[in-house]
Design a protein around this ligand. Sequence first.
Ligand SMILES: Nc1ncnc2c1ncn2[C@@H]1O[C@H](COP(=O)(O)OP(=O)(O)OP(=O)(O)O)[C@@H](O)[C@H]1O
Length: 687
Amino acid sequence: MELFTVNRYTEDLKEQNDGVQGTNNEDEILQKLLKKAAKRKRKHENIEVVETSISEKETSDVKEEESKEERVEQLEKPLEVVEEPDVPSNEFQVLGGDGSAAKKKKVEMQLPNWLAHPTIIEGGSLQPEDEIPASEAIDQLDYLEKYTCEALKQMKIKRLFPVQKQVIPWILEAHAKPPPFRPRDICVSAPTGSGKTLAFAIPIVQLLSQRVECKVRALIVLPVAELALQVYRVISKLCSKTELEVCLLSKQHKLEDEQEKVVEQYKGKYYSKADIVVTTPGRLVEHLHATKGFCLKSLKFLVIDEADRIMDAVFQNWLYHLDSHVKETTDQLLAGTQAPLCYAELQSSFGKQPHKLLFSATLSQDPEKLQNLRLFQPRLFTTVLTMPVLKDITEGEADTEAHTDPGQFVGRYTTPAELTEQYCVTELRLKPLTVFALVEKYKWKRFLCFTNSSDQASRLTFVLKVLFKKYSTIVSELSGNLSARVRKEKLKDFSAGKINGLICSDALARGIDVADVDVVLSYETPRHITTYIHRVGRTARAGRKGTAVTLLTEQDMALFKKILSDADKELGEEIHVSPDIEIQHAVDYKEALDHLRRENEKNKNKKAAEKNRVATKAMLHKKQEETATVRPLTLMEKLQVKANQILLSSSKSSERQNPKTKANKATKLPKETKKQIIAKQRKTIEN
Ligand SMILES: Nc1ncnc2c1ncn2[C@@H]1O[C@H](COP(=O)(O)OP(=O)(O)OP(=O)(O)O)[C@@H](O)[C@H]1O
């Protein structure tokens, strides 16, 4: 029973029983409670004192004791203890409103371990060729095959760049291990122009060169046709001394022509004509759907160059199609619809995935996007030597202590060490004139000028052409407004020095490797740091020096600074043009703008006419569809129609005899369909 005994507080009972004694007890209880409170407070203050300073405590021990006694005395006075601070009772107290919330640190993004702890590629800037020690010459590198060295020499390459020195042996080693070992997928983030193409091309060619049967074993995917062509050229050169076949599938050729190049049929069976396929996502999907015998079941390598661009939503479904195709062929083997050569082939193809290699100068750090690629134990290679230094963001504290942040992806946005960044402040209305003045002042002979849209590129080219009319500088447009064939021609002319300046839209900012570009001008502020990195990356490539100049209005300044801060960058050196440019070139500039206005007007009218034409065509089509659904003619109506036709033909023949009649000249109507004529006849009958 004792287990269920409840001890109750009995003071009330005593109070009721003792009458007068009750008041004394009340005092006693109050005293006890006050003493307890004082004791607790003393204890609390002792801890605080220890925390603030031990030395202070030692020196002021005596004082402390005295003050504690004083405090105890004060606490023992009931009124003073229970008194609340001056908070008006009718006011709400905001939780955390004392500023404590603001002091909390911002939650930092935690990246997967492989992104937060990359393999650092040593040797940031590229040494000039003549400073390279003999031990680093390509023939001294034992992992390079003889035919690779020969091909490299033909390409005038004497040594490897840091990214190549790190990645090539790593891939070769990973594939030297026997199955069931599976190489880890890799992501490589290195600055523009650092030689990423050869970093994946050399090991792939060397690892495939011993193949017996021709099958698609490497697939290289790039965002645009121009880039695909560029990579195709590099790989073709590397394969020149091997038996490997390389095939380019991009929209620059007809689908049927490409089908013939990639697959052949013999005695009802399909055979691959390519070992390495270089393609764009869109074209790849077309071939997966339309090319019979285009088989990826032997795929060993999947390279995604400019990986962050390709992973964008627009291209998402190409991966789905590719995945399903690779899986389909594996399933076919398992189901026995395609006979495997032996059990080992069946076993090895089951669940086999290609080795995925991702490359970019601005690799995405979004784990969700990367997850779509289903990378196998990925590993990141990056060229940045130190972690970005971040400041403590605690507000209200003067804590500026720098620290590294494990949640940051270290190799995100890097520019080549050989790049000089500058800016020029101007007014919006004077921007074209500023470009002209800068080119003339600094005598730039090979420059690219980027705008934010194709239309802007066309307009700027138009004005610059007028301004440069009396000068030797030749400028031309290179934007999405032009066909792939024309763009190819213009790039060729630029490389040959026939064109001095190309005015480009951002569609061409990525990856294009044009030799010896002196300057990259940003006519408009790029909208994102990745755009800026790729734009300026068209110069200062492969260890050469280069300059990037951004034109800024006063309003652009803050936005541009913010964009740069995303890459831990600051504004570079400011350059100027003469303040009198407007006066000096007033006549030419006015003429150029007038020309542009007239041209715009013409284009506007052209567009309106085209719009009208399309609208009338659509209307006609709609009417045709409407008439197509009407009921068939009755016998009487048919007779009536025939009579009308006879009448019509007789009137036509009379017109033919008399060709000068006005009506004949004016009414050159479009050819009517049978259904339209019937509908017309019915209308006349009804009338
Ligand atoms: N080892 C090397 N020695 C000399 N030149 C090289 C070497 N490797 C590459 N190059 C040259 O450097 C230039 C840039 O190479 P590549 O196009 O591969 O750069 P990238 O890193 O892919 O640049 P981006 O990110 O802009 O696409 C090319 O003209 C290439 O021929």
